[in-house]
Design a protein around this ligand. Structure first.
Ligand code: RIB
Length: 311
């Protein structure tokens, strides 16, 4: 087993500026709905996962693209402060930095509308340039918030270099069979699982069936994030459910990112799959207890304390 401080992860993914409000309900089309508590946070699934990896104690390089605008400046500064290797974050002069518009509802659920902006200019050539970082990494983690050809190039580079390859399958999009095959671990939430499998997902039995469909399509191991119902591991050996931690939900934004980052770090360190999922479940649960994407991502000692308390 390797120590977490010696683990290196390369994340290829998105950077967004999150504009967050509290709303009583989703607006209808054409409706002007009042909201409250406007806040701005650094976010984006790639950046969130990179920061989560760093807070859990591992070293991390982020391959990404932001615009040449004040929001890009702000996000880059934040990542540098968080100790992320930002060498491979490209500034794109022609596109705005990605932005996410997030509404949080009284139920604790949210909805997110994203304009990916510069994120969608991230290309396989950006991955190619970073191959020295890939060579020294233990694990490669990527997300579907960048172009599919870049996701594929990332996973292929990771696979060719013999690294652990993890696909956080957010946001909900279909993806090629090639991408599914190149990822050692595919980790969707329920709506992402529905998009990937084309199967309706509602309840544990349907999660198992849809994840099995992904195995038929070429995925090797599927770890489904089920929010307040925990997580499910589905692979050739069968399906196993992991119960959720009991927490008071404030904002679920980035809980999936904390989960994927924690799972990747633990597996890269050589921890067994079941224990890695239990740890990821705790990291995801902690992220739900705080407002915002980046501010909610737990540190390794917060996760250890949470687990030690028997939560
Ligand atoms: O996973 C959460 C993230 O999704 C937010 O930070 C937002 O930027 C969206 O991309």
């Amino acid at each position: 087993m390797k120590q977490i401080k010696d683990i290196r992860v390369v994340v290829a993914g998105s950077n967004n500026f999150d504009i967050v409000v509290n709303a009583d309900r989703t607006p209808k089309e054409g409706e002007n709905l009042l909201a409250s508590n406007l806040k701005f946070f650094p976010g984006g699934k790639g950046a969130n996962q990179a920061v989560a990896v760093s807070r859990l104690g591992a070293k991390v390089t982020l391959i990404s693209a932001v615009g040449w605008d004040f929001i890009g400046d702000f996000l880059l500064r934040n990542l540098e402060t968080a100790g992320i290797d930002t060498r491979w974050i490209r500034r794109d002069p022609n596109r705005s930095t990605g932005c996410a518009f997030i509404a949080i509802y009284p139920s604790g659920n949210n909805s997110i509308v994203v304009d990916p902006g510069a994120n969608f200019t991230l290309e396989p050539a950006d991955v190619e340039k970073s191959k020295d970082s890939m060579a020294t990494a233990d694990a490669i983690l990527t997300v579907l918030e960048i172009p599919p050809e870049t996701v594929e190039a990332t996973l292929r580079a990771g696979r060719d270099a013999g690294k652990l390859t993890v696909l956080d399958a957010g946001p909900a999009r279909r993806c090629s069979l090639e991408i599914l095959k190149l990822a050692d671990i595919v980790s969707p939430n329920e709506s992402e699982l529905e998009a990937l499998s084309g199967e309706r997902v509602e309840g544990r039995e349907s999660v198992r069936k849809a994840a099995e469909k992904l195995l038929e399509l070429g995925a090797q191991t599927v770890v489904v994030k089920m929010g307040s119902d925990g997580a499910m591991l589905v692979n050739a050996e069968g399906a196993k459910h992991f119960p959720a931690h009991k927490i008071t939900a404030v904002d679920p934004t980035a809980a999936g990112d904390a989960f994927s980052a924690a799972l990747t770090v633990k597996l890269a360190a050589g921890v067994g799959m079941d224990d890695a999922i239990r740890y990821a479940n705790a990291a995801g649960a902690l992220a739900v207890t705080k407002l915002g994407a980046l501010p909610s991502l737990p540190t390794w000692d917060e996760v250890d304390v949470f687990l030690a308390k028997g939560n």
